[in-house]
Design a protein around this ligand. Structure first.
Ligand code: CP
Ligand code: NVA
Length: 318
């Protein structure tokens, strides 16, 4: 696979990755190109220990397979070390403040990755600490996932600008971050959600405005047909996210017409690809013939978490 080429317009200037709202399109593209370069190096056995001796604290107050493993392996491939800190073990779980945690970790490590519920906790770490903070998923956003998704789309479709991405499902963290990411890079984004599960208006408005500047569109609809028609990339996510398990039955009813399946796949463009952040529930948000079919690139997408996050760490922690 050819390495993605991109010429930076300005030096990369971000300290954190809290939400892609903060990063310029130029910075996002720099990150994707670096991810592609690091992927190539890793595949060809070229050493790239650019974070030798650096430590990343990895705080988890929610479960994870991909985020945990890709950050831990990623920092190690870069020559550094990751420390897995579950809230069951560290004092945050017993009520130590985000402020004190940020101050203390800043004295020990070179970066913090956090997966948690409240986005304000991620912002708090960035505010009170002195080291880079990376958002590994909150109830609002999942920016690392989007960087991996964009890299995957580019690898499979050879471009980003001018494509149409459709998201079908819950207007939650993935929908928010996809609208934001697409709006930065000139990708049309159509989001189809049931009435009571629409994305937050503030992020819709933000993305609509940004998309206008990038020459693309953000559309939020209740119609799966409207969203999926002419899509080049089809994306879905679980109906009940982490922390919403008790609502599973109610949600299964509300979302029953929002399944991606062979019937509505016919609405997408020829050569369209299927993405899912995973974990997935076959037979709920997507049928097995789609997620396990030729159109599915979900495992390339999962792999790209590693490469995209290595680029994020390299840019923020070097
Ligand atoms: N997509 C994703 O973030 O997966 P995990 O929950 O396994 O980290
Ligand atoms: N919306 C899902 C994404 C998991 C990667 C959740 O928050 O559980």
């Amino acid at each position: 696979m050819a390495v993605m080429q991109y010429k930076a317009e300005k030096p990369f200037a971000q300290k954190h990755l809290l939400t892609l709202q903060d990063w310029t399109p130029d910075e996002i593209m720099q990150c994707l190109a670096l991810a592609s370069e690091l992927k190539d190096k890793q595949k060809n056995g070229v050493p790239h220990e650019i974070l030798k001796g650096k430590h990343l604290a990895m705080i988890f107050t929610k479960s994870s397979t991909r985020t945990r493993v890709s950050f831990e392996v990623g920092i190690s491939q870069l020559g550094g070390k990751g420390l897995f800190l579950s809230d069951r073990d560290i004092q945050i779980g017993r009520g130590e403040s985000i402020h004190d945690t940020a101050e203390v970790l800043s004295r020990f490590v070179d970066g913090i990755m956090i997966r948690t519920y409240k986005h304000s906790d991620v912002e708090g770490l960035a505010k009170y600490g002195s080291i880079p903070v990376i958002n590994g998923l909150t109830d609002e956003f999942h920016p690392c996932q989007i960087l991996a998704d964009l890299l995957t789309v580019y690898e499979h479709l050879g471009k980003l600008k001018g494509l149409k991405l459709a998201f079908v499902g819950d207007g939650f963290n993935m929908a928010h971050s996809l609208m934001i990411g697409c709006s930065k890079l000139g990708i049309d984004c159509a989001v189809a959600c049931p009435e009571d599960y629409q994305p937050k208006n503030e992020y819709v408005k933000w993305a609509e405005k940004n998309a206008e500047a990038a020459g693309s569109k953000v559309v939020v609809t209740r119609s799966v047909e409207e969203a999926m028609t002419g899509a080049d990339v089809l994306y879905t996510d679980v109906w009940a996210s982490m922390g919403q398990e008790e609502e599973s039955r109610k949600r299964a009813l509300a979302f029953r017409d929002y399944q991606v399946n062979a019937e509505n796949w016919k609405l997408t463009n020829d050569g369209a690809i299927f993405l899912h952040c995973l974990p997935a529930h076959r037979g709920e948000e997507v049928t097995a013939d789609i997620i396990d079919g030729r159109m599915s690139v979900v495992f390339d997408e999962a792999e790209n978490r590693l490469h995209a996050q290595k680029a994020v760490m390299a840019l923020l922690m070097k």
